[in-house]
Design a protein around this ligand. Sequence first.
Ligand code: NDP
Length: 400
Amino acid sequence: MSKVLIIGAGGVGNVVAKKCAMLPEVFSEIMLASRTKSKCDAIAQEVGGDRIKTAQVDADNVPELVALINEFKPKMVINVALPYQDLTIMDACLETGVHYLDTANYEPKDEAKFEYSWQWAYQERFKEKGLMALLGCGFDPGVTGVYTAYAAKHHFDELHYLDIVDCNAGDHGKAFATNFNPEINIREITQNGRYWENGQWVETKPLEIHKPINYPNIGDRESYLLYHEELESLTKNFPTLKRARFWMTFGQEYITHLRVLQNVGMTRIDPVMYEGKEIIPLQFLKAVLPEPSSLGENYVGETSIGCQIKGLKDGKERTYYVYNNCSHAAAYEEVQGQGVAYTTGVPAMIGAKMMLEGKWMKPGVFNVEELDPDPFMADLNEYGLPWHEQVDVELPHEYN
Ligand code: NDP
C-alpha cells in the first residue's frame, strides 16, 4: 500500500494514472500533477470518485516540486512529463527522500542529445540516500530491455546480435501527427542514426538506412534505422553484443510531411525572431499539430514491438524473437488512449509496482535490464501487454 505521485498528464500520463487506479492494493493513493491542472482533472474525472487527487506543478522548478512532494508525501514519483524535466524531478526526489521512475532519458532543451550520462551521474547520490531511480521504463526503452534481459537469462549464454524492431501499423486518419509528444518525437527522428558494431558506434544520416521488415500479424513494413537510447545501456550491460540496432516503421506520407517541414525550417530547435519575440519553430509546430492524446478515438490497427536476437546457447547458434502486438482500439476501449501511449504507460505502471512490491527495489540508479526480468514479464501478460516468443526460428531479419 503506497502513495504515488505521477507527473505529466499527456497521453502516457493518462494511461499510467488509469492503470495505477485499477490496482488499489499497490497504489493506495494517487496524485496526478502537471503543468496544466485541467488535464489532470479531466483524467481524474474519467476515473471517478476521489481515486485520483490532482495538482498544478512546474516540474522545471525544484522548490515547487519539493513543496508538492512534502505536502503529498508519496513513496515514489512516476515521471511521465518530458525528458527535459528528468533532472529537476530527480533532484526533488533526492531532497525529499522518495524513489523515482521515468520512461525517457534526459535531454537538454537546446540540443537533441540522447545519452544517459547526466542521469547515471546520480548513482552515488541515490545510493547514499537509500533511494532507487529506475530509468527508461516505457516500451522502448523499457520492455525492450526487459525482453533482452529475459532472453539472456533463459535462452542464451551469449548475446551477439540484437535488433529492436518497432512497427506502428495503425491509422489515426490524420494527414500528419506524432504518436507521442511531437517535439520529442521529431527531435529523435531528425537526428543522425547510429548503431553499435564491433565495439563502436557507426553513425548514419537521418533515416539513411531502411528496408522492409516482416512483423507478425502485420506483414512487411519499411523500417528505418534510428538511434534509440536503450542501445547505450544495453551495449554496456550486455558487452558480448557484437551489433545492436533499432528499427522503426514510418509511412511514406509521414516521411514526406517531415521532409517538407524540415526543408522549410519548422523542425529547428534554435530560436528565431518573430514579431519581436523569440520562438522555437519546433515548439510552434507542436502547438498546431494534433495532441497525441487526442488520436485514440478512431485509431485502427496495431503496434508490434519486439527484440530479435542471435547468439550462443550450449555452444550452438540460437535465434530468438520476443514481441508484443497491441491494438489501438482495445487500448482506447480500456483507457481512452492510443496504442503508443498504452505500450508506454503500462510498463511504467508495472515498473512502479515492481519497486513498491520490493521485487525490484534497491538503492541506486538502474536501467530495467539490470533487474530480474521474470516478475515484470509475468505482469506484462497480466496487465495488457502479452508477449510471444519464437525460439530457433528463421528470423524475418537477416544477420550477416
Ligand atoms: P505529452 O506531450 O502528451 O505529455 C507531456 C505532459 O507533461 C503534458 O501533460 C505536459 O503539460 C507535461 N509537462 C511538460 N512540461 C512540464 C513541466 N515543466 N511541468 C509539469 N508538467 C509538464 O507527452 P507523452 O505523454 O506522449 O510522453 C510523455 C513521456 O513519455 C515523454 O517523456 C516521452 O518521451 C515518453 N515516451 C516514452 C516512450 C517509451 O516507450 N519509452 C514512448 C512514448 C513516449 P501540458 O499539458 O501543459 O503541455
